[in-house]
Design a protein around this ligand. Sequence first.
Ligand code: MRU
Length: 340
Amino acid sequence: MSAHTHAIPPAAFHAIEWHHQSLHLLDQRVLPHEHRMNEYTTAAEVADAIRDMVVRGAPAIGIAAAYGYALDALAGRDMQQAYHVLAQSRPTAVNLFWALERMAGLGTEDAHALVAEARKIHEEDILANQAMGNYGASLLHPDSLIYTHCNTGALATGGHGTALGVIRSGFADGKVKQVYAGETRPWLQGARLTAWELMQDNIPVSLVCDGAAAQLFRRESIDWVIVGADRITANGDVANKIGTYSLAVLAKHHGINVMVVAPTTTFDLSLRSGDDIPIEQRPKEEVTSLNGQPVAPHGCDAINPSFDVTPAGLIDVIATEKGLIMQPDESSVAMLFARG
Ligand code: MRU
């Protein structure tokens, strides 16, 4: 892996780039203050980048894994080993396993075919984001106040974003008055990434401590909580960044609508309910420290589940590239997939 750093560009960015037969990832660990592109040439390096959160967000993890798999084909390495090492990187986002299955399912070790497939996965994700952005935005009324959590934008996907894609499309249609971005402890995706993306697009955003959401919901007329997903089961339960479940409970209490935005590649129809989703446990140092500085007493224990599960009953709509699932449950989810 090699890296080069320069000042933050004012214009658009790409989180994932493929050129000169190597993968280039915008290092999300150092944003928003540093713009560093890292170069990767092996599947094992890409697996480390996914585990260490250089690249994160369910669709982006899937795209990076597809390119990582292609890298080992280019170098003539063992493809089963490439699959295995990438599959071990992070357990919750099903897009990772979906992408690896699609790459391995080609049944070839031809590097050019595999690079082309990875590029296709990348391009399809951008198109899916735009489609679900339009579907989701069609539900917003003018001057909407929206609360979002984690980062679901161009950094977390092939481009445009899932929940942030709906916000971007809604803003372009003149429907978004104000976005509230939850800071998303412990990793601060909301503070470091979402606020940065929205500010670059001149979309009004206020940062909110996670613990301030309840008071905000009580005092302001928030219209929507809009979030992404890492895995959605056959009954419409949603695994997403830790804190999503509490927001959905709070939204129900305050009569606020909840929209989940995700491509169909985030659905895992092999699992009946959210209870079956593997939840990643990350290092406790992410909780006991902030930016590498200890904030808790030396030796303090901590728990750090990276995701939680929101039951389908707390969700009003799931926006996908194939259309909207209103009041998600087993039959409404099955109906969307039956459309083909
Ligand atoms: O741990 P992360 O940053 O990979 O978690 C990301 C999220 O939980 C996102 O909300 C989810 O992947 C949907 S992003 C398009």
